[in-house]
Each structure stands twice: as structure tokens, then as C-alpha cells.
Write a new protein. Structure first.
Length: 155
């Protein structure tokens, strides 16, 4: 009986932590996207993060180990190719953070991640993937979050 209660307590704690982790950083960042045709079957995909309050979102290269850098990954699609690395557009701040033991790169308020995509045909398809990110402020860091990406292209 005692083992059953301990197991139940551990399971409830894990479920509570998972629910909090899924809403952690995602509560402080809203994501939007847009697409712009820049050539024949070439598109610029823009993923914009709007960061709430006094939180900051780490760049794709955070600068030190510790904070989770923003990671954008795209699922393979035989009708699409991504060109080069995902670029960042915004006011990047590089600052010494004692908590991480070095200089870190981050954005406050807003940042846009830009990826150029080429469609292999004129058929309608979608660019799918995910954004993994973490936000912190001067007092605390929230658990990392993951947001799915699904953007219609072509057609």
C-alpha cells in the first residue's frame, strides 16, 4: 500500500511538471508567420516571436552552454528545399550573465527568423517543422517549449 501511494505521488508530480513545462516559455512568447514570394518558386518564410514582459528569448547561437538556444527545424519535404541557414532579424543583445558564466546572445520584445525556401513544383504543399525555445528574465528561466510550424507554400 505504501509503495502504491509513493508511486501515485511520483506520477502526479511528473504529470504536473509536464503540464507546466508545456506552457512555460510558450506563455511568454507568441509566434506568427508570413510568407513572401521572392522569385520563381522561391519564398521567404518569416517566423516572428513577440516576447512578453521583461523576458528574453535566446538566439540560435546562445553564446555559452546552459541556456537553450532557439532551434528551428524543418521536416523533409520532397517538394521543397531550404536554402542556407535560418537568419535572425532583430536587435540582438550580447550581455554577460553570471548565471551562465559568460556572454549570451538574446532578443527582447521581438525577433524574426527568416528561411528561404524553393519549391520544386508549382503544386501546393506545406513547410512543416518545429521551434524549440526558452525564455528567461533577471530572476528566473521558464521551462523550454516547442511550437509546431505548418506553413502553406505554392499552389
Amino acid at each position: 500500500m505504501k509503495n502504491s501511494i509513493s508511486l501515485l505521488t511520483v506520477l502526479l508530480l511528473m504529470i504536473s511538471f509536464q503540464a507546466f513545462a508545456q506552457t512555460g516559455s510558450a506563455k511568454q512568447v507568441s509566434w506568427s508567420n508570413s510568407i513572401k514570394k521572392i522569385g520563381d518558386k522561391r519564398y521567404e518564410v518569416r517566423l516572428t516571436a513577440t516576447i512578453a514582459g521583461n523576458y528574453h528569448l535566446y538566439a540560435q547561437v546562445a553564446g555559452v552552454e546552459g541556456p537553450l538556444p532557439t532551434r528551428i527545424s524543418f521536416m523533409p519535404n520532397p517538394l521543397l528545399t531550404t536554402e542556407g541557414k535560418t537568419l535572425e532579424e532583430g536587435k540582438k543583445i550580447t550581455q554577460m550573465e553570471e548565471a551562465w558564466g559568460g556572454k549570451v546572445n538574446f532578443y527582447e520584445k521581438t525577433v524574426t527568423f527568416i528561411q528561404v525556401v524553393t519549391a520544386k513544383t508549382k503544386a501546393k504543399t506545406s513547410l512543416n517543422g518545429k521551434i524549440e525555445f526558452m525564455v528567461c528574465n533577471d530572476e528566473l528561466c521558464l521551462p523550454p517549449s516547442e511550437v509546431p510550424i505548418k506553413i502553406a507554400i505554392g499552389g
